[in-house]
Design a protein around this ligand. Sequence first.
Ligand code: XUL
Length: 526
Amino acid sequence: MARLFLGLDSSTQSLSAVVIDLDSRTVVYEKSLNFDRALPGYKTQNGVLPHRDPLVKHSSPLLWADALDQIFAAMKADGVALGEILAISGSGQQHGSVYLNRTAAAALKGLNPKKSLVQNLRGVFARKTSPIWMDSSTAAECAEIRQKLGGIKATAAATGSDAFERFTGPQIRKFAKTEPAAYAETAQIALVSSFMASLLAGKIAPIDYGDGAGMNLMDIRKKVWHAGALTATAPKLKAKLPPLAPAGKVIGKVSSYFVQKYGLNAEALATVWTGDNPASVIGLGLIKSGQVAISLGTSDTFFGSMAKCQTDARGEGHVFGSPAGGYMTLICFKNGSLAREKVRELYGLKDWNAFGKLLAKTKPGNNGAILLPWFDAEIVPRVNRPGIHRFDLAEKDAAANARAIFEAQMLSMRRHSAWMKVAPECIFATGGASNDRALLQVLADVMNCRVLCIEVSKSAALGAALLAAHGCLTAAGEKPQWSKLVAGFTNPVAGSEVRPDKKAAKIYDRLLEKFAECEQTALAGL
Ligand code: XUL
């Protein structure tokens, strides 16, 4: 019998499933269910409920539960060998929170397969909707928590990140302040990940060290709830939080609801879920310290593993627990593809090919020209007043501007990831712009390391399936090695390697100093 494992990813816009066969090292099934299209009754737009205040972004926990029913029904209809799945794990969009009342534990224990999950969950919520990571309505609460914890550096050192609007702690504080009666009725607060794990396990599930670190509530070094952060956030909070545990740890057998309704094996194991980014670290194979991935998408994201916990004194980057043990970092640069496209449009270039040809007319280092492309408010470094800044760069010089945008983005990544004190030995590039060779060459030269492309559609769900395998083998007394477990599932695209040019790398070492000065000058003038 094949050893099958199921990974689910409950993201902002969809629920995805990946089934892997561990022995043949293949993905045997993939499915994605788009919330807006599959469940239009919830009236979400891109997975978010409409709200008159643009800063408020909520979704519905019932929608996520409904989607779980739907995806199991689809897997059954598609003939997936559900009876052969040994364990299930998953990942959720990070930071989003679910508020359950006193009746939730009993409802989870007694899930009735004759009813839907939505019917089973009627009346268990202390708050009907869930704030998600796109919400930015908690600036006041962030300031209050940060101040009580001793400022940006101290907050990041304690919890792994400065207080951020989307993080769960500030969101809980806002709820406790604005709806004290509903907060008092809340018996349990779950993350999206632990809520979904609770449905599968039929009991309140732990929160893992990866997603738990996205709350501003976990002691990042000791991996326990941080007493000072709990006090700074809301009254009687400790009693409302589940225990913390490693991702993939077995919670128990899956709820009989899924056995009777969809034909899961009664012995199949439900395990602790994690956040989508920590799961992606596994799904991308970033197991060893120094392995880094850069996702070149709407925003550019830098993430990778590090053995020792280092936090960012400037409070720009995040540190989460890595499901592979140790830590991982996440640094998000908002002006990614959109900024690259703006420059392309500005100079009337019809496609990236034309852009690359123009860029090739210039030399690495661009004769010292620097562009700071803050078309939108930037996260790293923090820029609230958008704008473009040019240093020793003429606006009319199209070729120099084309090179300058690529160089600026890659230099910014190098500068703002230096606090990790991890020299990448190899970078995996993913996302829409990762097939642009000109961009990858600048990346390899600025970072002075090899770049390989990796396809990552559904990397979080794949990582979750691997977590299920890891948890299941561990529970059976084995000592599975992550490097062996991911082998074969996370191969880079053949022939995609880009090597650094040593001369160019030296030029960028020097240019980095000028770049830092230009950035400081621009920030001081805002
Ligand atoms: C990470 C974050 C997002 C969500 C997306 O801090 O807010 O990447 O996890 O689902």
